[in-house]
Design a protein around this ligand. Structure first.
Ligand SMILES: O=C(O)c1cc(=O)[nH]c(=O)n1[C@@H]1O[C@H](COP(=O)(O)O)[C@@H](O)[C@H]1O
Length: 280
């Protein structure tokens, strides 16, 4: 029997150990393009993206390109994204595609083919997905991820205040929706070592979450650091004992230091140092 691809969770753990756990989001907002002296067009998008990948591709564990900022330029924007995925991989960074997909199971398998099948042009190490059509609707993506050594990050407790009305809603059995999603993730990660491949997105902005069991044996993506007001020092309060599984994510907080390569590297290094100090 031939061994399958190395699971995402194992690859992520190694990258976090070697490079530190920081994830830098590639979010080419029109306002950032302007601040960098670039036009809000495909050439500006390509220049911005290449600069970030070249500056940080050998420094950070994970890049999280935000698909919408590429999609807004149509097929030529997607081509820039494909190139970025390839160039980031050459530099050893993992790609978490932030496309927040979620649909009925039969359509979910098409999304899974687009992002999680090894021979797809947009094959990513992991994908953000929304479980709000029911966790079971994500099954084709879970299966495709397993087959291809990829992973998922499921929206659990998001960093924005509006998320609470759905995620903290309490079900008939007394459990919140978010707690239910975390339970499904723990089941999908059961028995995996050193870390499961199915993560939750849990905002670093949320304060004490001790009411939730975050011990899902999988990674916890923590956006909200930097522009949304959270800092690495908040991580122990939010994540408690699970803080070692946290992948802190920063987009604008790093990107606003560009286009100077040295300044981008220094900004990412500062966040990484603060994370190391906070997490130990
Ligand atoms: O899934 C995400 O990445 C995500 C989930 C969440 O709860 N909150 C959140 O801000 N994000 C994403 O994380 C990034 C945050 O960007 P900054 O606020 O610029 O660091 C954006 O790409 C958001 O879409």
């Amino acid at each position: 029997m031939t061994a399958g691809p190395e699971p995402f969770g194992a690859r992520l753990r190694r990258a976090m150990d070697e490079r530190g756990p920081l994830c830098v989001g590639i979010d080419p907002h029109a306002s950032l393009l302007a601040d960098w002296g670039l036009n809000d067009d495909v050439a500006g998008l390509a220049r911005f993206t290449r600069t970030v990948v070249e500056a940080l591709g050998e420094q950070v564990a994970v890049f999280k390109p935000q698909s919408a900022f590429f999609e807004r330029f149509g097929s030529r924007g997607i081509a820039v994204l494909e190139t970025a995925v390839e160039e980031a991989r050459e530099r050893g960074a993992l790609i978490l595609m932030d496309a927040k997909r979620g649909d009925i199971g039969s359509t979910m398998s098409a999304y899974a083919e687009a992002f999680l099948r090894k021979d797809s042009p947009l094959f990513s190490d992991a994908l953000t997905v929304s479980p709000y059509l029911g966790y079971g609707s994500l099954r084709p993506a879970v299966d495709m991820a397993r087959e291809n050594g990829a992973g998922l990050f499921v929206l659990g407790l998001t960093s924005n205040p509006e998320g609470a009305e759905v995620q903290r809603a309490v079900r008939e059995d007394g459990r919140s929706v978010a707690a239910t999603m975390l339970g499904h993730l723990a089941a999908d990660n059961a028995g995996q070592a050193p870390l499961g491949s199915f993560g939750a997105v849990v905002g670093a902005t949320l304060g004490d979450l001790s009411a939730f069991d975050l011990a899902i044996n999988g990674p916890l993506l923590a956006p909200g650091i930097g522009a949304q007001g959270a800092t690495p020092a908040d991580l122990p309060t939010v994540f408690g004992d699970t803080v070692r599984n946290v992948v802190p994510s920063v987009s604008r907080g790093v990107l606003r230091h560009g286009p100077d390569t040295a300044a981008l590297r220094a900004a990412a290094a500062r966040f990484a140092d603060e994370v190391r100090t906070a997490v130990g």
